[in-house]
Write a new protein. Structure first.
Length: 321
């Protein structure tokens, strides 16, 4: 019993040592730091600058190109209808209305596009009018400036001012007056040097503005002319639409009449009359035998009436008889 007890105590001691070491190892080994994903740098979206406004020339070119593309598609469609009508005569009646419908759409598109272009040219002409007014105001200012520069700065002659300054200088207490006269003389001398250049510059600016104004006026007239031309195109397209609508109505009514006529022709071509059967013909051609047997001739005795006796009249047979 003693060795067994010692062995049991030894096992308990070893177990205690093992359990004591495990927490120590866990404490010695630091927990692995969780992997922290590096924060993705927030990519700031590039702020795109606002698109530049479409210029007048770009708008007009875009509208014309888009219309040309639609018109080309409609031309291909009309060509397909014409080809189908030429390949088979029966399809011509069906192809003509479709072709007119496409033409009607094309004229409607042309009318709307022409109206839009007329508006664009008219608005551009109005913008030029504003620029013309600004140039005209500038020209008026420069002309007024030239007029002001041409005016004399003083009604007093320069020589008179010099004499007055010399006389006042001999007197006491006239220093302020002499200073004012000298200032006026200096201004006059400076004006004699500067005014010609200012006058020439103002005249040049006015002349340049007048040239620009003439160019703008010419461009404005061209824009107004184009606007009127597009308005005329829109009016012509509208008239064509009305005519095509009438043509389409005629084709629809004509096609309906042709359908009825075609049906009538087919009905007449298939006419089949009903004749009596041979039995009926034989029956009608055979004499009635009962009519022969039933017919009994009436026996009548004729005697000449005596003189003075009247012959009794026979009654007319009735409808039943």
């Amino acid at each position: 019993m003693k060795p067994l007890a010692i062995l049991t105590v030894l096992c308990w001691m070893l177990a205690g040592v093992v359990f004591a070491q495990e927490p120590a190892q866990e404490a010695a080994t630091p927990p692995a730091a969780p992997e922290v994903a590096p924060a993705a740098a927030e990519a700031k979206p590039d702020v795109e600058p606002p698109p530049a406004p479409e210029t007048f020339d770009a708008r007009v070119r875009r509208m014309l190109d888009e219309f040309d593309q639609r018109h080309e598609q409609r031309e291909l469609e009309m060509a397909s209808y014409a080809k189908a009508a030429g390949s088979e005569a029966t399809l011509e009646r069906l192809a003509d209305p479709r072709k007119v419908e496409v033409e009607l759409k094309d004229e409607e598109d042309r009318e709307q596009t022409s109206q839009a272009l007329a508006k664009e040219y008219n608005e551009q002409a109005q913008k030029i009018q504003a620029s013309q007014q600004a140039l005209q105001d500038f020209i008026n200012k420069r002309r007024q400036r030239v007029d002001d520069l041409n005016k004399p700065t003083s009604n007093v002659d320069r020589q008179d001012l010099e004499i007055a300054a010399a006389n006042l200088a001999r007197q006491s207490g006239t220093e302020a007056q002499v200073h004012e006269i000298n200032r006026r003389l200096a201004d006059a001398a400076r004006d004699e040097q500067v005014l010609p250049g200012k006058r020439a510059q103002a005249q040049q600016e006015a002349a340049s503005a007048e040239e620009e104004l003439a160019k703008l006026q010419a461009v404005q007239k061209s824009l107004e002319k184009e606007s009127k031309a597009y308005s005329a195109d829109a009016t012509a397209a509208h008239e064509n639409r009305l005519a095509l609508a009438d043509r389409l109505e005629f084709l629809a009514v004509s096609a309906q009449a042709e359908d009825v006529l075609d049906q009538g022709k087919k009905a007449v071509a298939r006419v089949q009359h009903l004749s009596a059967s041979p039995e009926v013909v034989d029956t009608l051609q055979t004499p009635n035998p009962r009519a022969k047997t039933d017919a009994k001739p009436a026996k009548t005795t004729t005697s000449s009436p005596a003189a003075g006796e009247s012959v009794p009249e026979q009654a007319a047979p009735t409808a039943k008889e």
